[in-house]
Structure formats: C-alpha cells, structure tokens
Design a binder for this molecule. Structure first.
Ligand code: UDX
Length: 438
C-alpha cells in the first residue's frame, strides 16, 4: 500500500513512521524545505522517545521517504493522510482550517485513480464534507473518498499509542474506503485493536468529545484537590478511591497545575465555539476552559503564598518547563503562566528542563537557565516542581537542603510522599494535600 502523509509535524511523522514500520510504503511531505532536508539527512526535528530509531530503520530500508513536492507521491498513492496543523484562529478560537483546505486543493489537483483522502488533523465537524465539496465542485473527474481518522496520540507515548491503541476510529460509509482503511490498519489486528467504523461527522466529533472529556476529568480532580486542601483530605487517595470504580476509571485523575499542550487547550476551545455557533452550548466544557485558565495563574499565587506571600528579590528554582514530561513541547505549558506570575511579583526565576529549554527561550520572559536541578537550587528561596520528569523523582534532598537559602519545596505534580521531603527539613506544599510548614 502506498501512503502519503501531508504534514511532517508531530502527528504526521509519528503516524508516517509507524505505518512504514507496519510494512507500507510511506512518503512524508512538508512544505518546509529545512525540515525535509533534515529528515533526509537522518535528523528528527521533534523529541519523541523511540521515534528516531523507527524513522532510521524504515528510511534505510526504503519504506519511508520524504518530499517537498506533493504532486508526484500523491499521484501514486492509494491513501493520502492530511496531518497539517489546525491551530486556534486568532481572535475567535475556532480551528484555523486554511492549511487543511490548501492541502486538499493541492491533493485534488494531483490524485489519479481511486484515492482515499484521510483527515488525521483534528478538524471540526463538517470539514470532511467541505473537502468533499471542493473535489466535487472543482475536480469533478477525480475518484476519491474522504475519510475521518482522528489521532489519539499522547506526546511522549505516541509510538505505543499508535501501535497499541484502545481503538481506531474511522469515519466513512463508502464501502471502497472501508476496505482500504482495513488494509491500512491490518497489521494492528495482531494487537486486537478494535477498528470502530462510523459516519464521518460522528468520527470528527468523537475526537473533540474525547479530548474535552479528558480535560474535564483533569479539571474535576483539580477542583477536588483545592477542596482537599481546605478540608484536610488527600487528593491522591480520593482519586484512587474513586478511580477503583470502573465507571469512573483511574486514568487522568492526577491533580496538577492545569492541563496544557498542543491539543486540550485548542480542542476544548474549538468545541466550545462550534457548539455556540450551533446554538447548543457545551457549558461543562466552557467552565472547564475557564477553570483551567484561572488555575495556571493560581499556581503562581500558590508559590508566592509558600514564600510567605512575597517573592520580591527571591530566587525561585523551577524544575520542569514543558507541559508534560518526555517532550520538548512548550505549547500552552502551565510553566509559562506560573513563571510570569512570579516575575510580576519581582522574583528572580532560574529554571531547568531536560528537553524544553530551547523552546522555552522563545516563549518565556527574562529568566536564567541552569544545567541541572542542583545548579539552579543553589541559594534558592523555593524549589518548584512544575513538570514530573523522571529525573526529578529521586532528588537528593539532603544535598539540596545544604544549598538552598530557604528550605521550601512546592510540588505541583505530587511527585513525593510528604515525609520524604519534610524529613530533610523542608516545608512542603503539594497539590490537594495538607501543607507541611516548617
Ligand atoms: C492529548 C490526548 O491524550 C491525546 O489523545 C490527543 O490526541 C492529544 O492530546 P497530550 O496533549 O500529548 O495528548 O498529553 P496528555 O498526556 O493527554 O496530557 C495533557 C495535559 O493534561 C498535560 O498538561 C498533562 O500534564 C495534563 N494531565 C494529564 C493532568 O494534569 N492530569 C492527568 O491526570 C493527565
């Protein structure tokens, strides 16, 4: 099967590489000449565990190649995936579909023979209809089917998510497209991953509803965490206790500084806008978005409160900048807002992140970067864990205690049992637990 992936960003590269690994021939296309040149030279432009090895293996064995030119690979393709960006449109929060429609027009001009066009990008309900209309009106002689096949890849775990998915959602009612999509995902039958076929509009909505539900679940436990702090309860134990109920489930119940990343913030907002446009508001999601936005700033205030209400002139050591571990992605990372709140309060912020510092330099104000946690903790008035990278899970608190100016740890990811930190003489402020002030 010959597959073309339009867009060699995060989703396109991971999906393209994994499909090549399954034995298909895949060409990843991108308009950025620099990106394609780098990929052809064996350099992977994003950080995702395991991706380099899969790209290298399939590139050298000839199943995966890269191209700046869309027309020639598309002319040969059985399936063309659209995996271009759908950022939030400035001003109104709707998904910006200009890249998707531009790609669709270019594909339309190039396809020959029956070809399945698949939207992998997260697109609002009705986008597949619009792509179909472009073909019908502008390229009526072309024989195509437009299919929705949303991705559910978590950054940092994307390879496993692609190869061992809970389900693969495929939105099409065209029998020839159903057969082609079965063939694309045939290798996954071995893993018994269910293919879930439904109408295209339903499939498009499944993606938004799934992300909105998960964002809501996180936001729910974050509010319960705040309540725990007031009531003297422990949110991790509450999460465990409710998660044991199979109707609730134990995933996505980690309280923290609020969700960030490339998907939840933009997709929840786009769903809110679509729902408002159709006079069918999703009020739970509207509230989720508002609570999450406020929470990031509130986490800044939490750090300030831990420093006796004043950070002016104080040195704050921030451990972790990316929106979650195992990625270099800074998009909508809570660290951005938290650090801004601290800078506004007059703090001197020093930060370390294993992968995110390059990208952070573009989005965060004037702060100092260090080379490891101990480098930035020297003389600090508070150590703040913002992202739960594994390397922050076994900090040497004895050593840290000897270096800091004021022994305060604010753990916004609940990485540590309280006693493990307090026994070294630190005050410990976690999320959704009783504060331990020394
Ligand atoms: C998400 C979806 O999980 C994925 O299916 C979709 O296709 C893309 O968006 P991703 O953004 O990579 O993936 O990360 P995810 O692991 O879902 O975390 C999103 C945010 O929620 C992060 O900021 C994370 O720290 C936060 N989170 C997650 C919590 O605060 N608590 C949790 O229990 C889980």
């Amino acid at each position: 099967m010959r597959i073309v992936m339009i867009g060699s960003g995060y989703v396109g590269l991971v999906s393209g590489a994994c499909l090549a690994d399954f034995g298909h021939h895949v060409t990843c296309v991108d308009k950025s000449a620099a990106k394609i040149d780098a990929l052809e030279a064996g350099q992977v432009p994003i950080f995702e565990p395991g991706l380099d090895a899969i790209i290298e293996h399939n590139r050298t064995s000839g199943r995966l190649d890269f191209s700046k030119d869309l027309a020639s690979p598309v002319a040969e393709a059985d399936v063309v995936f659209i995996a271009v960006g759908t950022p939030s449109r400035r001003g109104d929060g709707h998904a910006d579909l200009s890249y998707v429609y531009a790609a669709a027009r270019e594909i339309a001009a190039a396809v020959s023979g029956f070809t399945v066009i698949v939207t992998k990008s997260t697109v609002p309900v009705g986008t597949g209809d619009e792509i179909e209309r472009i073909f019908r009106d502008e390229f009526p002689e072309k024989d195509i089917a437009v299919v929705s096949n949303p991705e559910f890849l978590r950054e940092g775990a994307a390879i496993t998510d692609f190869k061992r998915p809970d389900r693969i959602v495929i939105g099409t009612e065209e029998p020839r497209a159903v057969e082609v999509m079965r063939e694309v995902y045939r290798p996954l039958y071995l893993n018994e991953a269910p293919l879930y076929f439904c109408e295209r509009r339903t499939s498009e909505l499944i993606k938004y509803a799934a992300n909105a539900f998960l964002a809501m679940k996180i936001t729910f436990i974050n509010e319960i965490a705040d309540l725990c702090e007031q009531l003297g309860a422990d949110v991790q134990k509450v999460a465990k206790g409710i998660g044991m109920d199979k109707r609730i489930g134990d995933k996505f119940l980690h309280a923290g500084p609020g969700y960030g990343g490339s998907c939840f913030p933009k997709d929840t907002l786009a769903l809110v806008k679509t729902a408002q446009d159709h006079d069918s508001p999703v009020r739970l999601i509207e509230t989720t978005v508002a609570i999450n936005d406020n929470r990031k700033r509130a986490m800044g205030r939490k750090v300030i409160a831990a420093c006796d209400g004043n950070v002016r002139g104080k040195k704050i050591a921030i451990l972790g900048l990316t929106f979650k571990p195992n990625t270099d992605d800074m998009r909508d990372a809570p660290s951005i807002t938290i650090i801004q709140a601290l800078l506004d309060g007059g703090a001197k912020v020093h930060a370390f992140d294993p992968e995110g510092m390059e990208m952070a330099k573009e989005v965060i104000g004037p702060i100092t970067y260090g080379k490891d946690p101990y480098d930035i903790a020297d003389g600090a008035d508070a150590i703040v864990i913002v992202t739960e990278w594994d390397e922050f899970r076994a900090l040497d608190f004895k050593r840290l205690k000897s270096m800091v100016r004021t022994p305060v740890v604010v753990d916004l990811r609940n990485v540590y049992p309280v006693a493990e930190v307090t026994k070294h003489g630190f005050s410990y402020f976690a999320v959704g637990k009783k504060n331990e002030k020394k």
